[in-house]
Design a binder for this molecule. Structure first.
Ligand code: TXA
Ligand code: MG
Length: 320
């Protein structure tokens, strides 16, 4: 069971323990003003993979990367003039900006789901701030709920849902807002990807015009699920047991018999380790995409992180 630190009673001790756990690569329950997050070092692929592993039915949605201040955000993302104005108006606070990722990036591919953009946010919650300043690396943190369940707004929610899967939860009392951050994509036309704690009206005042709306609003809570996910331009088929002429092979475990005939072979994990495979997935897709040959992907066991990997590959394989 996760160790619970109440910042009200344990003070700095909780923050220090959280920082130490994060430095060691662990996943922790972190309070923010919106909801509790499942946080880990955004620059370490295996730590980001561990966040997904802690979710019961994981799928590799891109994650919000939390930083201590605007400067930290600018290092990771090109916020541009509009992003700068929104940051000035609403940070620190419950606004997430999706902006072009600066490359080369220290952020693990898995945190951005291989996208060319990154979601960044500067939380105002003082405990979140103390932890971010103590570690001095960005924290990837989705809401701390198992997939399909409502977001956690108290440390007790986090403990009961995920306490057996994470090391530590920092209790800073009930989330002040209790609703996820508003997500705005900076672009040709700024777009509201997820309504949240910062109102559309307040945003439009700064933007100086109407915000575009993403999709039909039918599932506004999951803007990253479908269209914006990185999809390779080349075609991909799953459950390959041989390589056809002209194909690249995305292998897992011992490669198929005629792997030597492939245009290129990338093995997600020769040892058949699902965590390792998860950390390599998006960079492997990107590399094979650059080569340009259709991809034959070997089957992946549908357990643990394998579920999310298969989900991702099936999306890439779906007719488009
Ligand atoms: O209030 C919050 O934002 C909380 C706290 C912990 O900060 N976090 C949170 O994260 O709600 P999560 O993972 O539950 O939601 C992140 C959303 C997802 O719907 C994801 O698709 C979207 O952000 N997202 C992340 N990166 C994106 C990107 N590059 N483009 C579009 N959507 C993105
Ligand atoms: Mg969520």
């Amino acid at each position: 069971m996760a160790k619970l630190y109440g910042t009200a009673v344990d003070g700095d001790e909780g923050v220090l323990a959280a920082a130490a756990a994060l430095r060691a690569g662990a996943v922790i329950g972190l309070p923010t003003e919106t909801v509790y997050g499942l946080a880990a070092d955004a620059t370490r692929p295996e730590s980001v993979a561990a966040i997904f592993a802690a979710k019961e039915r994981p799928s590799f949605n891109p994650l919000i990367v939390h930083v201590a201040d605007v400067m930290g955000a600018e290092e990771l993302a090109d916020l541009g003039d509009l992003g700068g104005r929104l940051a000035e108006a609403f940070w620190p606070g419950p606004l997430t900006l999706v902006a072009p990722l600066r490359r080369p990036s220290a952020i693990a591919d898995l945190a951005t789901a291989g996208l060319a953009t990154i979601a960044v946010r500067v939380p105002v919650n003082s405990v979140a701030q103390q932890v971010l300043r103590a570690v001095s690396f960005p924290l990837a943190a989705p809401s701390a709920n198992p997939s399909g369940r409502v977001s956690a707004t108290t440390a007790a929610h986090v403990l009961s849902d995920l306490g057996d899967r994470i090391e530590l939860v920092l209790d800073a009392g009930p989330s002040a807002i209790g609703l996820e951050s508003t997500i705005v994509a900076i672009g040709q036309r700024p777009t509201l990807l997820r309504p949240g704690a910062v109102s559309r009206e307040a945003l439009e005042e700064i933007v100086g015009g109407r915000l575009g709306l993403s999709g039909s609003g039918a599932r506004p809570e999951a803007p990253g699920m479908l269209r914006s996910h990185y999809a390779p331009a080349v075609s991909l088929r799953v459950d390959a047991t041989t390589v056809d002429p002209g194909e690249s092979l995305l292998a897992f475990g011992p490669p198929v018999g005629n792997a030597n005939e492939a245009v290129e072979v990338i093995n997600l994990s020769a040892a058949g380790d699902l965590t390792e495979a998860a950390t390599r997935l998006f960079s492997a897709l990107r590399e094979l995409d650059d080569i340009g040959a259709p991809i034959a992907a070997m089957s992946i066991p549908e357990r643990g992180l394998g579920l999310a990997i298969v989900d991702r590959l099936q999306r890439a394989a779906a007719p488009r």
